[in-house]
Design a binder for this molecule. Structure first.
Ligand code: PLP
Length: 390
């Protein structure tokens, strides 16, 4: 069978080995505590589910327009006005089947073969693969543990060439939880304007900020940077709506129109999900603060426990729901890299984590605290015992 070259470019998921091993252990009856999952463990809030039910009962079940229903696009405009005091308009908004879909549409609409996209490391696993799928070249830009993995404009600048078209900025970050402070965002925006680069700004974890950190949105720079700003957001994380598949793009009209055209010939989101997402943005937000408070409690616990384990260090994640501890002091004859460490940990203690190499950075693993406190206690106890034995 001859397959298209573009699928041959895709890297197989480095997390496969660990998830296959987790499944094997489960099939043998072993208990596995899973810290590898990147989605909220909460249920979608009742008010949102109620609107979804009602949409079905009202037969709101037909095709919708390619860029999404007008009232949801208006709600997104309203959200950016409410949160950041910026004026966007409906033609600048496109609703898609999750931020992953939004990002793919963007890559498809923007990049030619050989275009370079600056990609901060560590990155969410999907970014490089999407760029490669459309023939663009992800160019890695390192962040440093000493900086709590905060992306620096100077690191981006060092990688700009005549082929660079865009940069990815993801704050709060998956997998590190790093939150880019306003002064660094100022410098990143200046760089983009100076070198005529688009900014793919992924703010899917915008509400997940802790310890007095503040999320700085690229939307706040609209007065001077709107023409290079591609805001990507989702209902998935904030509202525990991963399965409803609603994400959105806020971008210059021309980009939004192209993305909408792409979408009109591929797929656009479910009618019912769009109604539910409308309620998520405009409805009562109490459940969000309750969920964030719980994530904060878990974060404090997990980071405290990790830093109490000998040989292990964990930068404080300012946001998102991940910890990204450094496990490299355990590398030696028994385990040589993060994949071997993760497989070893799983076999020894039944704790599943994601190897850092999946995100382009060795020497670390990602631990999601989007799971119950009970699981966190059990998992941390087991991990500590396994590391002690090592
Ligand atoms: N962007 C980041 C940084 C993510 O971590 C994720 C999901 O894990 C997404 C985008 C995609 O979210 P969704 O497609 O569910 O909206």
């Amino acid at each position: 069978m001859r397959l298209a070259k573009r699928v041959g470019r895709l890297s197989p998921s480095p997390t496969m080995a660990v998830s296959e091993e987790a499944n094997r252990l489960r099939s043998e009856g072993r208990s596995v505590v899973d810290f590898s999952i990147g989605e909220p463990d909460f249920n979608t809030p009742d008010n949102i589910k109620g609107v979804g039910h009602r949409a079905i009962d009202d037969n709101f079940t037909r095709y919708t327009s390619a860029p999404g229903i007008k009232d949801l696009r208006e709600a997104v405009v309203e959200k950016y006005r409410r949160q950041y005091g910026v004026d966007y308009s409906v033609p600048e908004v496109v609703i898609s089947c999750g931020a992953k879909h939004t990002l793919f549409n963007l890559a498809f609409a923007l990049f030619e073969e050989g275009d370079e996209v600056l990609l901060p490391v560590p990155y969410w696993v999907t970014f490089p693969e999407q760029f490669k799928m459309v023939g663009a070249v992800p160019v890695e830009v390192m962040t440093r543990e000493e900086d709590d993995f905060v992306l620096k404009a100077s690191a981006l600048e060092a990688k700009v060439t005549s082929r660079t078209r865009a940069m990815v900025v993801n704050t709060p970050n998956n997998p590190t939880g790093a939150v880019i402070p306003a002064d660094e965002m100022d410098r990143i925006v200046d760089l983009a304007l100076d070198r005529d680069l688009m900014i793919i700004f992924d703010e899917c974890y915008e509400f997940f900020v802790f310890d007095g950190n503040r999320h700085t949105s690229l939307a706040q720079y609209a007065d001077r940077a709107k023409h290079v700003s591609l805001l990507v957001n989702t209902a998935s994380k904030t509202y525990a709506m991963t399965g409803w598949r609603i994400g959105y793009l806020v971008a210059p009209r021309e980009v939004a129109r192209s993305v909408s055209n792409v979408q009109s010939h591929s797929a656009n989101p479910a009618s019912v999900s769009q109604k539910a997402a409308l309620e998520s943005i405009l409805g009562n937000q109490d459940s969000v603060s309750q969920m964030i408070a719980e994530y904060e409690r878990r974060r404090r616990y997990v980071v405290g426990r990790l830093n109490g384990m000998p040989g292990l260090s964990c930068a404080n994640p300012g946001g998102a729901f991940y910890a990204f501890p450094n496990i490299s002091s355990y590398f030696g004859s028994e385990v040589r890299d993060s994949v071997e460490f993760s497989t070893w940990l799983l076999r020894q203690s039944g704790v599943a984590v994601v190897p850092g190499s999946a995100f382009g950075m060795e020497g670390h693993v990602r631990i999601s605290f989007a799971t119950s406190m009970e699981n966190l206690v059990t998992g941390m106890d087991r991990m500590e015992r396994a590391l002690d034995r090592m």
